[in-house]
Write a protein that binds this ligand. Structure first.
Ligand SMILES: NC(=O)c1ccc[n+]([C@@H]2O[C@H](COP(=O)([O-])OP(=O)(O)OC[C@H]3O[C@@H](n4cnc5c(N)ncnc54)[C@H](O)[C@@H]3O)[C@@H](O)[C@H]2O)c1
Length: 387
């Protein structure tokens, strides 16, 4: 196992009918900015319940944080936060709203060019620790794990940029499965696949004898395989949705990623596909992951074999056949929940792979993978196989 530090300060408040508890979770006398997206929180009555729970606090609202949140939109919220001396942010929404709110928390008191916050890759952005506005989240879409991690992804000038800082862990994350019942089926399917691929990026690398991490990862994946199709088909099945919600949070709250290598190739290629073609985040992952595996079988041999046996119960055949069966079953699982797994099915021409390669080059994505040896030539091979 590799050396690691682990700290996760987010207070998880899980279960139905918890919104009234905001009164204890949000500091009394706070000047609160509630952030949300396109209006589903208004339509389904969540916003009214949130405002009622906040009682006499001074509350402002910022609506319109879009999917794949844009820097320019978030800077409009930063202006509101600065003007109104906001000292607590409350995100109500999916990964895009939660991520966007983390960026607002960082940018509001940042002195200097706020676009510079976008260019630190996976390293924490350099802001003085006490200059981040605290935030809480009410998650309405189980997928990203943003509710219990310190990461955000922000869209800017045709690219998607990871941003992180230890002070943007939400102080609390309210996870009520019932708040997700209103999701369209495709968003639930996206959530199942997003969570699954988050686990994979921290699991399907090379073995370091991280037994707890591996078995937790395998447990999350088996859970997603069990409940994924059910929760897509039965939107109001509380137990299935509760298990999806906790799977998605557990997939990316840091626990399974401690002391093990990570990959993130699928995400980095996927981000370019979203930025260029507007394909939903999880759908890019569904198309890219099987192809990453088919190209990187030699590097991932041992973990893919373990994955075949422990996640899919595949015990027959030689090594290569077991790995191939596991990849095929994973691709079929993504299709079963409702996602397409080929780039051509998303309307991309084969010639447009050149645009993706150019974007990867422009964003410095030239040494991907758990070993940093995945250059543009291999990304091209992956994209061609995914087509
Ligand atoms: N921070 C992280 O660790 C992390 C990890 C993975 C992905 N991401 C990023 O998160 C973003 C995707 O987030 P997402 O998948 O949660 O989707 P999303 O937040 O973009 O939401 C997708 C759509 O669902 C709607 N929606 C949300 N909740 C709803 C509800 N309860 N009922 C009806 N509609 C609802 C939204 O309005 C939106 O139109 C991408 O930008 C991705 O890059 C972040």
């Amino acid at each position: 196992m590799l050396n690691f530090n682990y700290r996760n300060p987010t207070h998880v408040v899980f279960g139905k009918d918890r919104i009234a508890e905001l009164d204890q979770l949000v500091p009394a006398n706070a000047r609160v900015l509630i952030t949300y997206g396109g209006g589903s929180v208004k339509r389904f009555g969540t916003l009214d319940k949130v405002k009622a729970a906040l009682g006499n606090r001074i509350v402002f609202e910022f609506a319109g944080i879009e999917a794949n949140p844009k820097y320019d939109t978030l800077m409009q919220a930063v202006e509101v936060a600065r003007k109104e001396n906001i000292d607590f942010l409350l995100a109500v929404g999916g990964g895009s709203v939660m991520d966007g709110t983390k960026f607002i928390a960082l940018a509001t008191q940042f002195e200097g060019d706020t676009t510079s916050l976008l260019y630190h890759g996976f390293a924490p952005v350099p802001v003085a620790d006490d200059k981040v506005i605290p935030l809480g989240v009410i998650a309405t879409l189980p997928a990203t794990g943003s509710e219990m991690n310190a990461f955000a992804v922000v869209s800017y000038q045709g690219g998607k940029f990871p941003v992180n800082h230890p002070n943007v862990y939400p102080t609390f994350a309210m996870l009520d499965p019932e708040l997700t019942f209103s999701l369209p089926k495709i968003q639930v399917a996206n959530g199942v696949v997003d969570a699954f691929v988050h686990v994979i990026e921290q699991y399907a690398t090379y073995p370091v004898d991280g037994r707890v991490q591996d078995r937790m990862a395998e447990g999350i994946m088996r859970t997603l395989i069990e409940i994924g199709p059910i929760t897509v088909a039965e939107p109001t099945n509380y137990q299935a949705r509760a298990n999806l919600m906790w799977s998605a949070t557990s997939a990316l709250n840091g626990m399974i990623g401690v002391g093990v290598p990570f990959d993130w190739t699928t995400h980095m290629i996927g981000h370019e596909l979203t930025a260029i073609f507007g394909i939903d985040h999880a759908q890019t992952l569904a198309a890219v992951l099987p192809s990453v595996w088919r190209v990187r079988k030699p590097q991932k041999h041992a973990k893919l074999l373990q994955f075949a046996e422990r996640v899919w119960d595949i015990t027959e055949g030689d090594d290569d056949s077991r790995i191939n069966q596991a990849i095929d079953k994973t691709e079929a699982f993504f299709q079963q929940v409702g996602l397409k797994t080929r780039l051509r099915d998303y309307g991309i021409d084969k010639a447009q792979i050149d645009d993706v390669i150019a974007a990867l080059a422009a964003h410095g994505m030239t040494a991907l993978s758990e070993t940093g040896d995945l250059g543009l030539d291999i990304s091209r091979e992956i994209l061609e196989k995914a087509w």
